[in-house]
Design a protein around this ligand. Structure first.
Ligand code: TRP
Ligand code: SF4
Length: 328
């Protein structure tokens, strides 16, 4: 592991992972595990910043998320996979960073303002929600990460992390590198209604979905909106089903569909059936691994305990440095 650049990234356990997550963050992480010293964690405390009223699902979601991670090929040997709340040091560093973070930095955070409007059904006027990026900064600098693989929506948070690290170093001495965002390409695939795929939009296909449910969801997918009848030529370039074909079908099939859609030789029903079959086939190995881990909850818990203890060692060292730099 030595000599490799360290990266840190986290995901909030707010429900099962879908194909958007798989082709976005997760595929990227699976690649990165070969090149970097990776710390990937389940940000269960961060989930509480918006979902604090009903916490009954959190522990189930945490285990499910680890199962999803392992099933898509993240390795507990190549990475440090852990759960945020198992490392109490994150809370201590969060508290210390909170002391030096000016409130206006948090108030002008674009995701803060945005989420308060978007999630208007929740009361987000809490101290914890405002402090979200401070906890995130603690997560990252705890491991002295050089890079943070994130989607574009998270870039403002990484900016705040950099500013907080700089401010800490300025007061107490150079301890933390300033972490850089490593932008994840967001996948072109959309939800079945052509909006961004998201659990909260009810338009997602989940990694853990059964073949029957996948077929049913694909049948409902919105295609080229200009194509009303089978006899109308379609335009694959604007069709989400075609984007899925590009990922899950072989090159020959993609070419064939491309031309027979444009010449109205294939109907959307048939086109979707072909895609659904290929999607189901592609998810098959993931589903098998999921079943394996699902049937072995002690194994999954053990992976969480071991990964967390690897992370904790690093966190403890960092906190000793922090306390000694501050003289507390
Ligand atoms: N805020 C991130 C998200 O919603 C999750 C997260 C928490 C995170 N802590 C992090 C991401 C640290 C990267 C690094 O996606
Ligand atoms: Fe989309 Fe296929 Fe229908 Fe063409 S035939 S519009 S690619 S679903």
């Amino acid at each position: 592991m030595t000599g490799r650049k360290r990266i840190v990234s986290g995901m909030r356990p707010t429900g099962p992972l879908h194909l958007g997550n798989l082709h976005g963050a997760l595929a990227n992480w699976v690649k990165m595990q070969e090149q970097y010293d990776c710390f990937f964690f389940i940000a269960d405390w961060h989930a509480l910043t918006s979902d604090y009223e009903d916490t009954a699902f959190v522990s189930q979601y945490v285990r499910d998320m680890m199962i999803d991670w392992l099933s898509v090929g993240l390795s507990q040997d190549k990475n440090t996979l852990f759960v945020q709340s198992h490392i109490k040091e994150h809370a201590e560093l969060f508290l210390i960073l909170a002391m030096i973070t000016p409130v206006p930095w948090l108030e002008r955070n674009p995701t803060y303002k945005d989420q308060i409007v978007q999630l208007s059904n929740k009361d987000l006027s809490t101290f914890g929600f405002l402090g979200y990026p401070v906890l995130q900064a603690a997560d990252i600098i705890m491991y002295k990460a050089h890079g943070v693989p994130v989607g574009v929506d998270q870039v403002p948070h990484i900016e705040i992390s950099r500013e907080i690290a700089r401010r800490f170093n300025h007061f107490y001495g150079e301890i933390f590198p300033e972490p850089e965002s490593l932008l994840t390409q967001t996948p072109k695939i959309l939800g079945i209604d052509r909006r961004k795929m998201s659990k909260s939009y009810n338009n997602a296909i989940f990694i853990s979905e059964s073949p029957e449910d996948i077929t049913a969801k694909v049948a409902k997918m919105v295609t080229d909106p200009q194509r009303a009848r089978k006899s109308d030529p379609g335009n694959p370039d604007v069709c989400n089903v075609f984007e899925f074909h590009k990922i899950y079908s072989d090159g020959e099939t993609v070419d064939q569909i491309n031309s027979s859609c444009r010449t109205a030789q294939i109907g959307c029903v048939e086109c979707k059936q072909i895609m659904a079959r290929n999607l189901i086939k592609a998810l098959e190995p993931i589903r098998e691994k999921r079943d394996y881990y699902q049937n072995r909850p002690e194994l999954v818990d053990n992976i969480i305990v071991e990964g967390s203890s690897k992370a904790r060692k690093v966190a403890q060292e960092t906190m000793e440095e922090v306390r000694s730099a501050m003289g507390i």
